[in-house]
Ligand binder design. Structure first.
Ligand SMILES: [Zn+2]
Length: 309
């Protein structure tokens, strides 16, 4: 792809930083990761990002590739090149002027956005919702994160502080949520909530359970596992129906480890979502699994450059 542009895609997580050299076609020609220790300071994290960028650009240079820019997905609220705050799993990760720091050092455009947002953008540009302009992305894990792609662009609300898709209320008098609210989708439909409920219903020890075990028991037809999976997908469907009624997306893309359990999982969520959504809003909507796995972050981060530079 001689004419393709290339960008560095950085996916900053709580324990690892993943990085890749990405062609505009979506091809990854180099990728690696570096670990971030639990005690890493703000300067340690910045040094690790710097190393990741240096390694990627060195690889590009070796192969005669010139880089058009650097895209970074970071935990927290990201606005105008700055991580404002909200990244609870990274020490001191507040008011970090990422774009300014690295564009000055590498003489390249540096664009940043929230990690879940760039994953959603990655799926919309290269993955399960390729060629779709209007997409809702949800990642179901310990929590529930998400992204909105509207008319081909990430939509984050004023100052990019919105799209906390896990924190819409599905039970107004419901259980307390990590966000300080009550009855949020995340409190009912995250994998953590699913395992907690399964432990309660089955009488098994929660500390010995994980998603793989539960899915196995579901496939074996175990009564408690079937009941809990039905509840879980029903909750998710409720939340998704609200997103469908508001945004009329072409695709709702579900990511996170549990989304890789099998087609049955997507079928159950879709059935539930479609049963609650308004038919006119859902007329062009499909509910599908994410396809980029753990590469979504780097691909989406790089696509910030391709879309905006
Ligand atoms: Zn909440």
């Amino acid at each position: 792809m001689e004419n393709s542009r290339y960008a560095v895609g950085i996916d900053l997580g709580g324990t690892f930083i993943k990085f890749a050299l990405v062609a505009e076609t979506g091809e990854i020609s180099f990728t690696s990761k570096l670990s971030i220790g639990a005690s890493a300071t703000r300067d340690d994290i910045l040094a690790t990002i710097r190393k990741a960028i240096e390694l990627t650009i060195a690889n590009a240079t070796q192969n005669g590739i010139s880089v058009s820019g650097i895209g970074i997905g970071s935990p927290g609220v990201c606005c105008e090149g700055i991580v404002v705050g909200g990244a609870d799993n990274l020490n001191g990760w507040v008011d970090v002027h990422l774009s300014e720091i690295f564009s000055a050092e590498f003489k390249l455009p540096v664009l940043i956005d929230n990690d879940a947002n760039v994953m959603g953008l990655g799926e919309a540009v290269y993955g399960a919702a390729k060629d779709c302009s209007d997409v809702i992305f949800l990642t179901v894990g310990t929590g529930i994160g998400g992204a909105i792609v509207a008319d081909g662009k990430l939509y984050g609300g004023y100052k990019n502080r919105g799209t906390e898709m896990g924190h819409v209320t599905i039970d107004h008098k419901g259980i307390a949520c990590n966000c300080g609210g009550r009855g949020c989708l995340e409190a009912y439909a995250s994998t953590a909530a699913l395992l907690r409920r399964y432990a309660e219903v089955s009488g098994k020890n929660e500390s010995e359970l994980d998603g793989f075990y539960l899915v196995q028991k579901f496939k074996e037809g175990e009564e408690a596992a079937v009941k809990c999976m039905e509840e879980h997908t029903d909750y998710l469907g409720h939340g998704i129906a609200g997103f469908i009624n508001t945004f009329a997306p072409q695709k709702v893309v579900i990511g996170g480890g549990i989304s890789e359990s099998g087609q049955f999982y997507m079928d159950m969520i879709k059935k539930s979502a479609m049963s609650y959504a308004m038919p006119d809003c859902a007329a062009n909507t499909d509910v599908v699994g994410a396809t980029l796995g753990n590469q979504a972050g780097c691909l989406g981060a790089a696509s910030l450059i391709f879309k905006n530079c």
